[in-house]
Ligand binder design. Structure first.
Ligand code: P1T
Length: 381
């Protein structure tokens, strides 16, 4: 089945009793049993499994080409569940540019767990491989990264993780499976903030893991069941509905993303534009290799003046773009990473990776590109 068919039918079936085409929102915590331990159907308690969540999880597995999908109450709940595979003494190698909340989870919540995190440049493959030792259990990559749009070569990293028998997880939130399929490229686990492009309408907080190996998927399901960070039925319905138009939306996000990136690149007040579709992007070759069909709708840029105040004034003047955290919805959003989404990263670390005070991140939506560019023009003017 081709991807554009999968988003609508993959892992999906009509509801058994009524034939409902969309799975009903099974807003129930529990399911009746005929005798102790013998439920009427296949479900017992919604933390373990719920039919609406199951429909979403089957669709997630289908679109990412995995053996099992799991839906969580947020992207961070999904990442947290994955981290429960590891214990004191284990080491995790992560990319040096990550969503601020992921960095906070790794460095502040897990700092006393005895798990050691290394943050490295994943494009220095030799240096990265040298860090791997017998305690290394996971490699964690975001590609493209939030907010600097760095890329990591998934297939090359997978060769190394396989050689050393280390798990490899990819946060595929920015690219979406429409553009990039990490499991096909050799990764073991895909993570999503489904709050973003999968949901697509800025109306739900949700997360996902898709696992290539059925046994590992079952182990993670046990951890999800035992800790309880599951997605509710209504939110599962919303994400599933979003997935059905993922291909259409991402196509337009990509078209508008290119137009916005090119407009910014030619604007006299703009210093640098970070968009993997631009030929001068340092990782454009990797982008062409692993992002099939487009480069997404996320565009980051800095100001010639380098001034924080210019970034703030620009953000305050926007009319069509909304100044807000998050991304990946149909509407265009703008964000100041240093003051908003990445404020939890200490200032010196932010500066070290390049999250400067004049850096602005745009989530380019699916509106008419001419209106978006007009808005950027007036706000820069
Ligand atoms: O917000 P939540 O659903 O828990 O997802 C966390 C997360 C994980 N990974 C990436 C790449 C993300 O961008 C996010 C959430 N990011 C934002 C809220 C943001 O505005 O960047």
């Amino acid at each position: 089945m081709k991807f554009n068919t999968k988003v609508i039918h993959g892992g999906q079936h009509h509801e058994k009793v009524t034939g409902a085409v969309m799975p009903p929102v099974f807003q129930t915590s529990t399911f009746a049993q005929v005798s102790p331990g013998q439920p009427v159907g296949e479900y017992e308690y919604s933390r373990a499994a719920n039919p609406t969540r199951q429909a979403l999880e089957d669709a997630l597995a289908s679109i990412e080409n995995g053996a099992r999908g799991l839906a969580f109450a947020s992207g961070l709940a999904a990442t947290d569940c994955l981290l429960r595979l590891f214990k004191a003494g284990d080491e995790i190698i992560a990319m040096d540019d990550l969503y601020g909340g992921t960095y906070r989870l790794f460095t502040r919540l897990y700092k006393d767990s005895g798990i050691r995190f290394h943050f490295v440049d994943m494009n220095d493959l030799e240096g990265f491989e040298k860090l791997i030792n017998s305690n290394t259990k996971l490699v964690w990559v975001e590609t493209p990264t939030n907010p600097l749009m760095k890329l990591a070569d998934i297939a090359e990293i997978a060769k190394i993780t396989k050689k050393h028998n280390v798990l490899f997880a990819v946060d595929n939130t920015f690219a979406t499976p429409y553009l990039q399929k990490p499991l096909d490229l050799g990764a073991d686990i895909v993570m999503h903030s489904a709050t973003k492009y999968l949901g697509g309408h800025s109306d739900v907080i949700a997360g996902a893991l898709v696992i290539k190996d059925k046994e590992l998927g079952d182990e993670l399901h046990f951890k999800q069941f035992a800790t309880g960070g599951t997605l509710g039925p209504m939110d599962s319905f919303l994400v599933l509905r979003g997935i059905k138009t993922l291909h259409l939306r991402v196509q337009r996000h990509c078209e508008n993303g290119v137009k916005v990136a090119e407009f910014l690149m030619n604007h006299p007040k703009v210093e640098r534009v970070y968009y993997p579709g631009l030929e001068n992007h340092p990782f454009h070759e990797i982008a062409k290799k692993q992002m099939i069909g487009g480069f997404g709708g996320m565009v980051t840029f800095t100001f010639k003046s380098g001034a924080k105040q210019d970034a703030i004034s620009f953000l305050e003047k926007l009319k069509v773009f909304t100044l807000a955290e998050s991304l990946g919805g149909v509407e265009s959003l703008a964000n100041h990473p240093a003051l908003m989404t990445h404020a939890s990263i200490p200032e010196d670390k932010r500066k070290e990776v390049g999250i400067t005070d004049d850096l602005v991140r745009l989530s380019v939506g699916v509106e008419d590109a001419a209106d978006l560019i007009e808005d950027l023009k007036q706000a820069l003017g």
